[in-house]
Design a binder for this molecule. Structure first.
Ligand code: 6PG
Length: 509
């Protein structure tokens, strides 16, 4: 194996797609790395790739064949980055590092999509062996290589050691405009701008925030997919025509990475058939679990995220392909309608506003969940800072995250993004078009759970009165669950014998 002269700055375990690209990113930024993977081919692969990309003339990556060798090649105290699948593999690696002699002042950074509660448990479990720090990461393969968004959390001491490295490899945004600064070639680095890496809080907080990022990602993707479905099936537009519309939208209010990649997916032609590949892809969506975790957390915290949860449902229902095919021949929908070009144009414009409003609603749900969960777990989250590190590098990066950052800069205690004057105005102006788009989709018989659940959230939040009064009556009727009255003192509980001849109100104090 190629030997570097000096001891390495960083140890790296796990050379899958994310791991390999993070290592090359670290190397570009001037760090020497000792790497280890159970599969030696991957170790050799990253060394080989670095040889072709490295223009410095000095080897930057040292391949190791065991945990012990890895530790022996590092400067002390050791700094080790893990990029291994969430769950058991993280514990297996931690145990192996203990076996290899890791020291209590060594730092291990978990960059996987770990469940945040596992991180909290692990930090305590390994406390006497080493410092476990977590840093969730977003951006996929390209992000890892040229600048991801990083959500570090855990020991503040560990953060002081990690910060310069994380700020070097993270995506950067222009300080004035908040727009991403592009870095696209091996060897290229960006030393200006604001790095998309900010300390989130104690152990678990970073992974929680990444989980919310992914929940929002699910909602955002589903909103775009429903718009595509309406345009394709309802308005009978081709994949290419839809790509052109999305491309225009991506130059305005809806500018985002997810919109940008959607245009590319829609334009892609199958090599063998020459037709749009999107129409040949089986309509069954996969999921690895982070959207589900967000939905579960929202139910546990009692903070609704209907659009994120609907997006998880949409993926699950898509997996019932056989059942859906069967039901499609049995269950009636509306008769097809023929639209004029002018009518189509009107719906396209309404849909644009519906996507924007639904996105704001979904982000509002995610941010409120972070706020309430943060309170529950004693994390002081800085929401402007979270919005800022999502402006570049991550999957949900979008121009309007700059507006979200500004909203939380105006007021970090904002209870809900919908209450910020800027967003309140934006949605008030567009809500009618949003409703019309949801109506059109419903009248076409096109499922629109994300667009409509986002509207449900908006309408619920702006309704001073909801029918929960009747619901409380029903609960009291069958279960004596009691209710409060608006015309009496707060907190006083009442119960009524609803069906007896003599109706008496009993006050329970
Ligand atoms: C990211 C992504 C990344 C991964 C998701 C995909 O931020 O880089 O979110 O974490 O692509 O886990 O999740 P699903 O497989 O559940 O869609």
């Amino acid at each position: 194996m190629t030997q570097v002269l000096a001891l390495s700055d960083i140890g790296f375990i796990g050379l899958g797609v994310m791991g390999k690209n993070l290592v090359l990113n670290l190397a570009d930024n001037g760090f020497n790395i000792a790497v280890f993977d159970l599969c030696d081919e991957k170790v050799q692969g990253v060394i080989k790739q670095d040889k072709t990309e490295n223009t410095t003339g000095t080897p930057r990556i040292y391949g190791c064949s065991s945990y012990t060798e890895l530790l022996s090649q590092l400067k002390a105290p050791h700094l080790i980055v893990l990029s291994v699948p969430a769950g058991d593999p993280v514990d297996q690696v931690c145990e192996n590092l203990i076996g290899a002699g890791i020291q209590p002042d060594d730092i291990v950074i978990d960059t996987g999509n770990s469940l945040w509660v596992d991180t909290v448990v692990r930090e305590k479990k390994y406390k006497s062996n080493f410092i476990l720090f977590s840093s969730a990461i977003s951006g996929g393969e390209v992000g890892a290589r040229y600048g991801p968004s990083l959500m570090p959390s855990g020991s503040p001491y560990a953060w002081t050691r990690i910060k310069p490295i994380w700020e070097a490899i993270a995506a950067k945004v222009d300080t004035k405009t908040g727009k991403p600064l592009d870095r696209k070639k091996p060897g290229e680095i960006i030393t200006t701008g604001e790095p998309c890496a900010a300390y989130i809080g104690p152990a678990g907080a970073g992974h929680y925030v990444k989980m919310i990022h992914n929940g929002i990602e699910y909602a955002d993707m589903q909103i775009i997919c429903e718009a595509y479905h309406i345009l394709n099936v309802g308005l009978e537009l081709s994949a290419n025509e839809i790509a052109t519309i999305f491309e225009q939208w991506n130059n305005g209010l809806l500018d985002s990475y997810l919109m940008e990649i959607t245009v590319e997916v829609l334009r892609h032609k199958s090599v063998d058939t020459g037709t749009s590949l999107v129409h040949l892809i089986l309509d069954k969506a996969g999921q690895k679990g982070t959207g589900l975790w967000t939905a579960v957390s929202s139910l546990e915290v009692g903070c609704p995220t209907p659009t994120i949860t609907q997006a998880v449902y949409a993926r699950s229902i898509s997996s019932f392909k056989t059942l859906r095919t069967q039901a499609s021949t049995l269950l009636k929908g509306p008769e097809p309608v023929t639209l004029t070009d002018q009518e189509k144009q009107v719906i396209i414009e309404q849909l644009h506003d519906a996507i924007y409003c639904a996105k704001v609603s979904a982000y509002a749900q995610g941010f409120q969940l972070m706020k309430l969960a943060g309170k529950e777990h004693g994390w002081t989250l800085n929401f402007a800072s979270i919005a800022k590190i999502w402006r570049a590098g991550c999957i949900i990066r979008a121009t309007f995250l700059q507006s979200i950052a500004l909203a939380y800069e105006r007021n970090n205690d904002l209870d809900n993004l919908l209450l910020d004057n800027f967003f309140a105005e934006q949605l008030s102006e567009r809500q009618l078009n949003w409703r019309k788009a949801v109506c059109s989709a419903t009248m076409f018989g096109i499922p629109n759970g994300a667009l409509s659940s986002a509207l449900f959230y908006y309408d619920s939040m702006r309704s001073e009165i909801l029918p929960a009064n009747l619901l409380q009556g029903q609960r009291d009727f069958f279960g004596s669950h009691t209710f409060e009255r608006i015309d009496k003192a707060d907190g006083k509980q009442y119960h009524v014998q609803w069906s007896s001849v003599e109706r008496t109100t009993i006050v329970i104090e």
